[in-house]
Ligand binder design. Structure first.
Ligand code: OSB
Ligand code: MG
Length: 370
């Protein structure tokens, strides 16, 4: 694969609502759009690093720096035949997974376009539709969470995830169960806001038949999660703790989780996502695709990876129009049926980047050439 040019663009996209988690809130999405040009084609991906290092250690600025200073030069200095070569090429660089993943993802898109197949097919996926859920942030009141649950259940989302934090947890879950019943596929995401001191809260949450509790304990822990899992019937799902298939192997071996959330950015790319998927499949651990408040470009990548067979739990890839007045892709990434997204069979990611919309949001751009 001959790479002729790599374009980095930083976009500021205003969200249609404030998205709050236990570590902070987002109203303006800060994203890096990467476009890799070669042999008449172009591949796109979106970096999911956030402006502040609170979800993980990366930021938009560090990702830009890592690409400019280390990763892009590596791509230009080495021949690449497949996206797997990119994964190998980046391996000596420690962590910085979101910076690696966006370049690797853009090359996956370009590669599948050059092959004349969809990204989903290039990854080995077979689904033509995927089930999706929705992630509801922390709201000023429980009543506001209930209103959002009602609206999104009405849209047919197949899984309702609510963000929790100490002091905003049991009452939220209890109220949802009281109002909408025990059949709602419900889960809670704590984004590492608890410790083993909160065992009593976890045990209370355990009464509500949640599909899972996501990342209750520290971002770098798998020991206490294993202790906690032994105390709970509800499966623990790890998000922040898993950066690689090796992390997944250790967590599964220790019994730290029964489900894994795969975010392509967090694990360093689609190649590593596939490895985690395959390892989990072989060990009867279901996976699902997490979200990072992506534009349509990131959503398209998420749809593609979700077509792999062990993505059996609906992910967080909700419709673009929930987040954006105007997305940067065409067509919009929207539901085709209640709680379902169609997997495009067009080449690559299957959505076209709209330069006019990008132009509206871009605040900085640079082109690199060999
Ligand atoms: O923990 O899954 C998370 C958003 C930003 C940072 C972390 C997380 C999230 C989400 C997904 O919950 C939200 C979405 O993309 O809809
Ligand atoms: Mg999470």
């Amino acid at each position: 694969m001959k790479i002729e040019r790599i374009e980095l663009q930083q976009l500021h996209m205003p969200l249609r609502f404030r998205f709050e988690t236990s570590f902070g809130s987002t109203v303006m999405k800060d994203l890096l759009l990467v476009s890799v040009y070669g042999e008449g084609g172009v591949g796109h991906a979106e970096c999911v690093a956030m402006p502040d290092p609170y979800y993980n250690e990366e930021t938009t600025e560090t990702a830009w720096h890592m690409m400019e200073r280390f990763l892009v030069p590596k791509l230009f200095a080495n021949p690449i035949e497949t996206p797997e070569d990119v994964d190998r090429l980046f391996a000596p660089v420690r962590r910085n997974n979101m910076a690696k993943a966006v370049l690797e993802g853009a090359i996956w898109d370009l590669y599948s376009k050059q092959k004349g197949i969809s990204l989903a097919k290039a990854l080995g996926g077979e689904k033509s539709v995927i089930d999706v859920g929705i992630s509801i942030g922390i709201e000023p009141t429980v009543g506001q969470v209930l209103d959002k649950v009602e609206r999104h259940l009405g849209e047919g989302y197949k899984k309702i995830k609510v963000k929790i934090k100490p002091g905003f947890d049991v009452e939220v879950i209890r109220s949802i169960r009281e109002r909408f019943g025990d059949d709602v596929p419900l889960m809670a995401d704590a984004n590492s806001a608890y410790t083993m001191e909160h065992l009593d809260v976890m045990k209370e949450l355990d009464q509500y038949g949640l599909i899972m509790i996501e990342q209750p304990l520290a971002h770098d822990d798998i020991i206490d999660h294993a202790k906690l899992q032994k105390e709970l019937r509800t499966p623990i799902c790890l998000d922040e703790s898993i950066h690689s298939v090796e992390d997944a192997r250790k967590a599964i071996e220790l019994g730290s989780c029964k489900i894994i959330n795969i975010k392509v950015g967090r694990v360093g790319g689609l190649t590593e996502s596939k490895r985690i998927h395959d390892f989990c499949q072989a060990h009867d651990i279901p996976v699902w695709c997490g979200g990072m408040i992506e534009s349509g470009v990131g959503r398209a990548h998420n749809i593609a990876i979700t077509t792999l067979p062990n993505f059996t739990i609906p992910g967080d890839t909700a419709a673009s129009s929930r987040y954006w007045e105007e997305d940067i892709v065409e067509p919009g990434v929207e539901l085709v049926a209640p709680g379902q997204m169609a997997v495009p069979d067009r080449h690559g990611i299957g959505f076209t980047v709209n330069p006019r919309a990008v132009g509206k949001y871009v605040i900085r751009s640079v082109n690199f050439r060999p």
